[in-house]
Design a protein around this ligand. Structure first.
Ligand code: ASP
Ligand code: MG
Length: 411
């Protein structure tokens, strides 16, 4: 029998009617003769609501307790789904992350899965049951519940698919697949039929919210293909795999496969820091010690002896509080002039493997932004990606203009 891993996101299980609809899809898969492991997110906005609830009682909630709290969201959805499946006459069992064997490191709110002990899941499957598992959570070495970061159920699903040697991991969501841009912003965006892990990784990391970046990384490392599709219709979805032909239905030879934007950007500027060895080490080790993920880093100064340097970097807004406390300490220790933060900026990125062989993509991007009178605060590039930080209130204009300029518009 083939093992199929299916993950359903929060919007797919947002209310009883949707849970019912998803249960039918699960049963279809089981009736087709597969062993089915289902990974669920919390219902609808449950995770956001729980975060808000915590904020009403605590200004800086303890991370351990936050994980304890947030992990309950997923427990609701799996229990409800399993009882419904049982009512429908199919043996099903719900399991929490720890029960399903997810072992993580001890980093609350951003834990990484280290291993999955599949004994329990396999024995339930072999008893003929549909196994419904909470996404987003695992067990730390000290026995505490940890969560995997926002959107972490994707990673739970991919990791389970890897551990069970499933052929494919299906990710069901509220959109038809991976789009060339966010279709809510860019009306002429369209669904990409196939995309490579690398392109998907950049799209996800650059703000395309459809998959958690870590899930793509785990899929790539283990060569497990993903299928991202809607739980609301039967459309085909997007396949994410090693070598993909993004534009297989187009004759056009396009350089980029997508425009991604990310509103969750905090820009930090450090002024007047001494120009000497060890400074960057001190700044970024301090941030790393607090498990703060960074994106862009720019250091500027002419390098004249004795002259001070300026340094800017970006991170996610959720870390603002921690970043500020680390920066206060760093400024003091270095005798720097000071720092400030800005959260009214956002990131726009072009992604595409086609860039490797075509010069002038960056120049063209800057040209389009200039034509639209959009100011660029920071720039960073990699082999298959160019990102700019711009004012948050211009991000939609930037996405629409770039989508058009790079030939991606479709009616
Ligand atoms: N419920 C968690 C969140 O909203 C995990 C997930 O949905 O993947 O981030
Ligand atoms: Mg969610």
């Amino acid at each position: 029998m083939t093992i199929v891993v299916q993950k359903f996101g929060g919007s797919s299980v947002a209310n009883p009617e949707r849970i019912r609809r998803v249960s039918e899809r699960i049963l279809q898969t089981a009736e087709a003769g597969n062993q089915v492991v289902v990974i669920l997110s919390a219902m609808g906005d449950t995770t956001d609501d729980l975060i808000e609830l915590a904020a009403q009682l605590s200004t800086n909630p303890c991370k351990r307790e936050m994980d304890m709290l947030l992990s309950t969201g997923e427990q609701q959805s799996v229990a409800l789904m399993a009882m419904l499946l049982c009512d429908m006459g199919y043996p099903a069992v719900s399991l929490t992350g720890p029960q399903a064997g997810y072992k993580t490191d001890g980093v609350y709110s951003k834990a990484r899965i280290i291993d999955i002990d599949t004994k329990r899941v396999l024995s339930e499957l072999n008893d003929g049951k549909i196994v419904v598992v909470t996404g987003f959570q695992g067990l730390a070495p000290n026995g505490d519940i940890t969560t995997l970061g926002r959107g972490g159920s994707d990673t739970s699903a991919v990791a389970m698919a890897v551990a069970l040697k499933a052929e494919i991991c299906e990710i069901y969501t509220d959109v038809d697949g991976v789009y060339t841009a966010d279709p809510r912003v860019v009306k002429k965006a369209w669904k990409i039929p196939e995309i490579s892990y690398d392109e998907m990784l950049d799209m996800a990391a650059m703000g395309a919210l459809v998959l958690q970046p870590r899930s793509v990384e785990v899929a790539k490392q283990n060569g497990i293909p993903l299928c991202v599709r809607s739980s609301f219709n039967q459309n085909e979805g997007t396949i994410v795999k090693e070598v993909a032909n993004v534009f297989k239905e187009l004759e056009k030879d396009l350089v980029v496969c997508g425009v991604a934007h990310d509103m969750n950007v905090l820009k930090v500027n450090l002024y007047g820091i001494p120009d000497q060895p060890g400074v960057a080490d001190l700044i970024f080790s301090s941030l790393a010690n607090e498990k703060i993920n960074l994106d862009m880093i720019i250091q500027s100064g002419r390098g004249t002896p004795g002259e001070k340097q300026n340094l800017s970097f970006t991170t996610g807004k959720d870390d603002a509080w921690k970043v500020k406390s680390v920066m206060n300490a760093v400024v003091k220790e270095l005798g720097a002039e000071g720092f400030d933060t800005r959260d009214d900026v956002a990131k726009i990125s072009l992604v595409g493997a086609g860039m490797i062989t075509r010069p002038g993509v960056a120049a063209n991007m800057f040209h389009v932004l200039a034509d639209n009178n959009i100011n660029i605060h920071m720039i960073s590039t990699s082999e298959i990606k160019i990102s700019c930080i711009v004012d948050a209130d211009r991000i939609k204009d930037a996405a629409i203009a770039l989508h058009t300029a790079f030939g991606l518009d479709r009616d």
